[in-house]
Each structure stands twice: as C-alpha cells, then as structure tokens.
Design a protein around this ligand. Structure first.
Ligand code: GDD
Ligand code: MN
Length: 408
C-alpha cells in the first residue's frame, strides 16, 4: 500500500507565513512542526509520545506536521505509513530545498493552527514540556521558549568544549544583535511556539539552524514566556550539526543586524548621480589649478595668491555648476526651466560649496590637530575631502536641485 499521494505539497515562493490559516480548512488551535533528516529510528516514538500528550489536552484541536528533506533512510516514508493510525499527522517531503530553518517555515506555511510550534524529532526535547509552553501562550505570551538556561533547565552530559561553543555562540550573538539574542535566556533553542499573528507577514530568512532568532528578529513578539527543560542525550541517529553551521550562524547574525538596511540604503542612495558628481568635482580641481596658474604664476599675471585663489575657486564652482546642471542633475534641471530658476540653483550651489570649503578647513584642522595628534596631514585631508564631497553632493541634491512634488 502506498500513501505517497497523501503527502502535503511543498509550498513554493517566499518563506512567508500567511495571516490567516487556509480558509478551506477548519481552523485549529495548534500546529506542531517536527523537522526530520535521517530520523527513521525516532519517528514512531516521537509521534506516539506527542499524540498521547496532545490528545489529552487538545483533543482534535491540533496537528503534527513532519517535514522531511528526502532523507536517505526514508524517514518520510516511515512517517507516511503511520498516518492511518494517527489522523493528526501530516507529512511533507521536500526534494529540492534543504535545511532546518526553511523546513520549519514551510511547515508553518501549510499549518492550520493559530499557535505554531516546533520540536526536534530525536527526543532530545522532552515532549511533556509542550503542555507548559502551551499554557504560557494561553496566558498571553506571544512566544514561549523551552530553555536550558532557566530554573529546571540544563544539558545532560555535555563536554566542556560543547558547553563552551554553545555559550560562545550566545555571547557572539549578544554582541552583534543584542536586541534579538538578549531577549531570551536560550536563543539557540529549537523548541518553542509562537502566535501566528506575531510572525505572519514578513519574509523569513532560511539561513541556518537558528529559526528562533528569525522569529524574534523579524516578528512582532512582545511578551515572551520561558520554560526550563533538560536537553536529553540522543539515543538513536546522529546530530546533523557540522562546522559549517557555525559559519552560517555568523552570517545569519550579520543579516539579522542589517535587516535589509544595506539593500534599502543602496536603493535610496543615487549611486550613478554621485559618480557623475564626483567626476564633475574632479574636473573642477583642474579648472581651479589652471586658473590659479594663469593668475598667480610669476611667468603669467603674477597676482597675489589669495586673490588668485578666490577667483580660481569661484570659476571652478561655476564650471562644476554648469556640468552638474547639464549632466548630473539634468533630469531635474529640465523640469525647472527658465533663467530665474537657473540662477537660483547657481546661487544655492555656490553657497553650499563655500560652506563646504569652510567645513573642509575646519575638519582638516580638527582631524590633524585633535584626532591624529598632529600627524598624517594628507590622510586627514583625504578624509576631509571625502566627507565634504558627500556633504556637497547630498545638500546640493536636496536643496539646489530639489524635486518638489506639489500636489495640484
Ligand atoms: N527537515 C530537516 N532538514 N530537518 C533537519 C535538518 C535539515 O536539513 N537538519 C536537522 N534536522 C532535524 C533533525 O532531524 C532533528 O529532528 C532536528 O532537526 C535537530 O537536529 P540535530 O542535528 O539533532 O540538532 P542538535 O541536537 O545538534 O541541536 C538541537 O539543539 C539545539 C540547542 O542547542 C536542535 O534542537 C536545535 O534546534 C537547537 O537549537
Ligand atoms: Mn538533536
């Protein structure tokens, strides 16, 4: 007899949990995801234990969703063969995607419950803790986490190295994303449950093992409850954690920290415009140099240095304005036609550039005298120029070539 056609189809597209459970299916209270990879020796046992527990406290109001990544030991097949005896059990077999975090999210995507949970299949998470976690949620917590680091919690026979690595990972997390990792005592826990409403909406990141970080980092989790538990030793099968997972973990922390900020910045900062502005600025340097030579060199006009420099700078500013108006900000300039508007833009540009010059001198002095202790004058100048270029660009973009959208 084959049960293959009763497998849950694997959702495709973004890893996003829907706001309301599928309307065609009756809403239930609780969906528990059991991610598996080569857990053939544990499935029957974990399914039996979970069912006994939940039949008692949530009869007919829960489901178990086993998400298997096409395990070579055919865990999915063994689980599927159990379904006639366990009507609450549903099985998903993923053949392309892989990884613990995305397995859990795919499970939540097909879940019909209002409370979404996850538990390991290898019996290292004691099932009876589920009842206390459920109670926390029913008492108003958005998230309830089984923790090794609160009263009643712990690990069984971990070596010094393993404890050290586990704590080290936590400290690292605290340094990089304190507002996520610092909210729970055991951020590495893979045993927790959460209100659907707290995680529905945002796109979740499938990276790595630590799905709880994702839930806290991107969800709308206000109140958190914790329940102590002792991490049991594995009796059957083996752990899937490799060194690579530690690297992925680091990457995950960094991504959580930036949370799309880098991508957003790149979208908001007009890179092309800034490059054109830089090229125009460079042309201004040559104009400035050439005029300075023509006016002040003894072999040419031989004016005084200050007088020559003021004229040279002013001509360079005019040069830059013309190019920026015709090229860097051409699209905006075209929308503000006429000589009046043009002269206005020039006066603003001129003022901002002069302010930039003052800023340049102040910054150079500050860096050279205060920050670097009267050393590295060229480095100080380079930094000052970079900062002033950014200032000139941004303020001119926002003031001189401002796009005003007046609603008519
Ligand atoms: N679908 C799927 N895909 N399941 C996976 C995958 C995968 O790529 N990798 C692991 N699993 C399943 C395992 O079959 C098991 O049920 C569970 O995820 C945890 O994997 P283990 O390899 O047993 O992890 P562990 O014992 O080292 O880590 C556990 O303890 C951590 C606390 O330190 C897990 O519970 C972690 O989630 C938890 O953070
Ligand atoms: Mn395990």
């Amino acid at each position: 007899m084959t049960y293959t056609d009763a497998l849950i189809p694997v959702p495709v597209g973004p890893l996003q949990v829907g706001a309301a459970a599928d309307s065609s299916a009756p809403l239930i209270q609780f969906s528990l995801i059991v991610p598996t990879y080569n857990e053939s020796k544990n499935v029957a046992k974990i399914v039996k234990q979970l069912t006994e527990l939940l039949d008692d406290c949530l009869p007919g109001d829960y489901e178990l969703i086993l998400v298997d990544d096409n395990s070579p030991d055919k865990t999915w097949q063994i689980a599927q063969a159990l379904t006639p005896h366990y009507p609450q059990l549903r099985v998903m077999r993923r053949e392309t995607e892989r990884g613990l975090s995305s397995a859990v999210i795919r499970g939540w995507q097909v879940a019909r419950g209002n409370i979404l949970g996850v538990i390991d299949a290898d019996l290292q998470h004691p099932p009876e803790i589920l009842i206390q976690l459920l109670k926390q949620i029913q008492n108003g917590a958005d998230l309830a986490v089984a923790s090794r680091h609160v009263e009643g919690g712990g690990v069984s026979e971990w070596s010094f190295i393993r404890r050290f690595l586990s704590r080290g990972a936590q400290v690292l997390g605290l340094l990089i994303v304190p507002n996520v990792v610092g909210r729970v005592s055991d951020p590495m826990s893979g045993y927790f449950m959460v209100h659907r409403s707290a995680i529905a909406g945002p796109c979740l990141n499938p990276m790595g093992y630590k799905i709880l970080l994702e839930v806290i980092g991107r969800g709308r989790v206000e109140t958190i409850g914790e329940v102590g538990y002792v991490f049991q030793e594995r009796e059957e099968g083996e752990s899937k954690v490799t060194w690579q997972h530690y690297l992925t973990y680091l990457g995950h922390l960094v991504r959580l920290r930036s949370r799309g900020r880098i991508a957003r910045l790149r979208r908001q900062f007009p890179v092309g415009r800034f490059l054109r502005f830089g090229i125009v600025g460079l042309s201004g340097v040559f104009v400035d140099m050439a005029v300075l030579y023509l006016l002040s060199d003894p072999s040419t006009l031989g004016w005084g240095l200050t007088r020559s420099k003021i004229v040279a700078a002013e001509i360079a500013i005019l040069n830059n304005f013309l190019w920026n108006d015709a090229w860097t900000f051409a699209d905006i300039a075209q929308a503000q036609k006429g000589w009046n508007a043009r002269i206005k833009r020039f006066l603003k540009f001129n003022t901002i550039c002069l302010a930039g010059l003052v800023l340049n001198v102040l910054l150079l002095n500050f860096l050279f005298n205060v920050v670097f202790g009267q050393q590295h004058r060229y480095l100080a100048n380079l930094i000052a120029i970079a900062v002033v270029t950014l200032w000139n660009f941004w303020v001119n973009f926002k003031l001189s070539w401002r796009v005003t959208q007046i609603k008519k």
